[in-house]
Write a protein that binds this ligand. Structure first.
Ligand code: NAD
Length: 359
């Protein structure tokens, strides 16, 4: 029996969570779900969207799985997802993009299966959310400071975001990518960056990545790097050339959605946030508010996320059962949700997976 913290989230979160739980149960793995609500729903009753009890539960159980949580755009509370990653120092954002029969360009000439694993640094970069509001005392002070140091004036009507990238943060994410490649018989690690323009941040990331690659030189794992614009073009033209990819936070955020699109969309893109002590599994997609409450959302991303979680828990056989069932049902295309061109409800699709798993 495993005890796992379960955060259903909001929007489509509760619907896809219910489907995921039924699928996991059908594998025969016994899980005690410790349910923790977070987000807007608890804001009023508990005065914060992320009560301490949520973090404490994850610290206790070491493993958590969550549905998406809405972040108000522009105003309101800051992202709970970012706050959780920070609170638990979950520095690895692992996002696989694998063909399950739904590749966008599968009929294109020369198309090959996709099997990419993105390692996105999860704690630094512009994504750390260190920002100064236009016209605030802090922004004005910073502008004055930059003008003195750089001789360049930032306009008075500019907001300012800070992009920190450290040697420490880079080294541990690149090492994680290489260790994953070694453990999973992967052949190549690709570093993605904009080092030609941002020399002291992405340039540092690339330099440290090259140093780490040197340390793994005798493993036979190939190392290469691409500037992000070229990497995007290559991903669209021939994604099969990529294997494990490692990159700073914002680049990883964007490229992993691009890769999700290549293999069929956000509805089937799983993910995990991993630190030295805890792991928080969550799909790439958000709360899809316009689809919430209709029972039509695609639960595949969360279900594949649960397979990643099962593997982390040492339940590799159950994980493989889920992945094989997803492959069969999606390739057949008889029972799929609206986003994949079908008419199945969330529950009907989960039923089709369960029938495969228990066959
Ligand atoms: P989104 O991922 O919710 O939706 C983007 C598009 O994909 C929409 O058309 C949506 O209908 C569709 N989609 C997403 N998941 C789907 C699924 N499982 N099945 C079928 N269709 C699906 O992104 P968004 O609209 O930019 O964000 C909505 C909210 O989610 C925002 O508040 C955002 O901050 C939040 N968000 C949360 C997380 C998270 O909790 N980790 C991640 C991303 C976005």
């Amino acid at each position: 029996m495993h005890t796992v913290t379960l955060i259903p989230g909001d929007g489509i979160g509760p619907e896809i969570t219910a489907a995921m739980r039924r699928v996991v149960t059908s594998t025969g793995v016994d899980i005690d779900w410790e349910i923790q609500e977070a987000g807007e729903a608890v804001m009023e009753s508990e005065g914060t969207p992320l009560p301490d009890r949520v973090i404490e539960s994850i610290k206790k159980n070491k493993v958590a799985i969550k549905g998406p949580i809405t972040t108000p755009v522009g105003t309101g509370f800051r992202s709970i997802n970012v706050a959780m990653r920070k609170a638990l120092d979950l520095y690895i954002n692992l996002r696989p993009a694998k063909s399950y029969g739904c590749d966008r360009y599968k009929d294109a000439p020369g198309a090959k299966p996709i099997d990419i694993v993105i390692f996105r640094e999860n704690t630094e970069d512009l994504y750390a959310g260190i920002e100064f509001e236009m016209g605030s005392d802090e922004a004005n002070e910073l502008r004055a400071c930059i003008e003195e140091l750089e001789g360049t004036a930032i306009r008075a009507d500019a907001g300012i975001s800070i992009k920190p990238i450290s040697e420490f943060g880079t080294r541990r994410i690149v090492k994680a990518a290489f260790d994953y490649a070694l453990a999973n018989d992967r052949k190549k690690v690709t570093c993605v960056h904009k080092a030609n323009i941002m020399k002291h941040t992405d340039g540092l990331f690339l330099r440290v990545a090259r140093e780490v690659a040197e340390e793994y030189a005798d493993t036979g794992i190939e190392f290469e790097d691409w500037i992000i614009d070229a990497a995007c073009m290559r991903l669209v033209v021939d994604p099969s050339q990529f294997d494990v990819m490692v990159m700073p936070n914002l680049a990883g955020d964007i490229l992993s959605d691009l890769c999700a699109g290549l293999v069929g969309g956000l509805g089937i893109a799983p993910g995990a946030n991993i630190g030295d002590n805890e792991a928080l599994f969550e799909p790439v997609h958000g709360s899809a508010p316009r689809r919430a409450g209709q029972g039509i959302a695609n639960p595949t991303a969360l279900i594949l996320t649960s397979a990643m979680m099962l593997r982390h828990l040492g339940e590799g056989e159950a994980a493989a059962k889920i992945e094989n069932a997803v492959n069969t049902v999606l390739t057949e295309r008889k029972t799929v949700t609206y986003d994949l061109g079908g008419e199945a409800s969330t529950e009907e699709y989960a039923d089709a997976l369960i029938a495969e798993i228990t066959r």
